[in-house]
Design a protein around this ligand. Structure first.
Ligand code: NAD
Length: 422
């Protein structure tokens, strides 16, 4: 029986519900179940920061280390006004399962600071980042817990994290963060990796369903790191992006939106997405999800597809770019509609996969060409996709629960081999 979260919009409850459904299917031993359900440790830090005005503000930050069973914790840092500890817990657990799905040797972690990066100056953001990092210097480390960018943070944020850590440990340690600028030990292909991984999964799904990429109609919600890169790469590969949205609004055009021009408008000219002169109907970033299309890519934020609206979806494939865009209550409705779901812990795993390559390159001090990065990424994404689909067929479950089963099984095996200390 699938388990449903009590509070549909609590992402931690949603993550737990999927974990429990998969654990039941797997007949996971009670002790292992209890161990894997809870995070290893979590911390709240209060970050005093002098604002540019001279006023002292105290921000609240979190870091949750969900699992180190298969390797050091790995997970992004989110800067957003609505960050909660439960959200960070859910994201940390998803990182554990995601790293296990693609079989990279990391556990799961996540961090966040309650702040609005749009309202802070660059120097204020730098001080928030540095003080947050300083508070967590004993947690972070290439062998312990390795942050990366997430919503509201970027390459520059990671450069500040790396520098602050380096000042504390007294030597440059590039492998302490991923998603860094190339000049500081970043990896070629990291910026595009999550979007590229999404496209690789869509390519595989199309082959499985006997469909063609050429002119395949795609709607992408979110035009940040993940959504913009996915849209650019898919546009380049012949997919037709008929709908695209960011928080300010959405453009819908059945003939296709010119994504490179839109990218230039938003990122070079720094203008609001819906004000672009590109042809197309304007609609809301929420309504765009329910227009007819072949592939829907929610790549913005959580809880977009719920029990209240899932019946309105008109896509053939749902490829989850964001973490947790679909609630556990929506899962059975989507299954009934026969939509092929590529769940977040598989679909958006391209980012952490290339983060793993970045960590490997930093530790070796030897850097790969972009072609090599993309080839390795393709091997991992395609293999992981096949494994998830095989598990779904073998266990008679949907792709999401199959991905959880695959992941939990891998972590449980590692745990049993390691045994329990003391
Ligand atoms: P980002 O901050 O770069 O971009 C977020 C985008 O979503 C922006 O375009 C924003 O305007 C838009 N947005 C926010 N709320 C929205 C709403 N309600 N409706 C429509 N659009 C909205 O963040 P990102 O790094 O692209 O991350 C997006 C999602 O992907 C998050 O769930 C994140 O956890 C997940 N993710 C990111 C990565 C990565 O490598 N950056 C990897 C895996 C998963």
């Amino acid at each position: 029986m699938p388990v449903a979260a009590q509070d549909e919009l609590n992402v931690y409850a949603s993550a737990e519900a999927r974990f429990e459904t998969a654990a039941q299917k797997l007949h996971l031993e009670e002790g292992l179940y209890r161990f894997m359900k809870h995070p290893d440790k979590e911390i709240t830090v209060y970050i005093p920061v002098a604002l540019d005005s001279g006023r002292l503000e105290v921000f609240t930050g979190y870091r949750v280390l969900h699992s180190q069973v298969r390797g050091p914790g790995k997970g992004g840092i989110r800067f957003a006004p609505d960050v909660t500890l439960d959200e960070v817990r859910a994201l940390a657990a998803w990182m554990t399962w995601k790293c296990a799905v693609v079989n990279v040797p990391f556990g799961g972690a996540k961090g966040g600071v309650i702040c609005d990066p749009g309202k802070l100056s660059k120097s204020e953001l730098e001080r928030v980042t540095r003080r947050y990092t300083a508070s967590l210097c004993d947690w972070f480390g290439p062998e312990r817990d390795i942050p990366a960018p997430d919503i509201g943070t970027d390459e520059q944020t990671m450069a500040w994290v790396m520098d602050t850590y380096a000042m504390h440990v007294r030597h440059a340690t590039t492998a302490v963060v991923t998603g860094k600028p190339l000049e500081l030990g970043g990896s070629h292909g990291r910026k595009e990796a999550t979007g590229r991984g999404l496209m690789m999964c869509c390519d595989k799904a199309l082959r499985k369903l006997g469909m063609e990429a050429e002119n395949c109609r795609v709607i992408v919600q979110g035009f940040g790191n993940v959504g913009s890169q996915a849209a650019l790469l898919m546009h380049q590969a012949g997919y037709r992006i008929i709908g695209i949205a960011d928080i300010h609004g959405a453009i819908f055009n059945e003939n296709g939106v010119d994504i490179p021009k839109l990218y230039d408008w938003v990122y070079n000219q720094r203008k609001p997405l819906p004000d672009s002169p590109l042809a197309g109907e304007r609609t809301t970033p929420h309504e765009i999800l329910f227009r007819p299309c072949d592939i829907l890519v929610p790549a913005a934020t959580e809880n977009q597809i719920t029990a209240q609206n899932a019946h309105r979806l008109q896509c053939r494939i749902l490829c989850e770019g964001a973490n947790g865009p679909t609630t556990s209550h929506a899962d059975p409705i989507i299954a009934k509609k026969g939509i092929f779901v590529i769940p977040d812990i598989l679909a958006n795993a391209g980012g952490v996969t290339v983060s793993y390559f970045e960590w490997v390159q930093d530790r070796q001090g030897f850097f790969w060409r972009e072609r090599e990065v993309n080839e390795h990424l393709q091997d991992i994404m395609e293999h992981s996709f096949d494994q998830v689909v095989r598990y779904a067929e073998a266990h008679a479950v949907d792709n999401r629960i199959a991905a959880y089963i695959l992941a939990i099984d891998r972590v449980a095996r590692a745990l049993k081999l390691r045994g329990f200390y003391a």
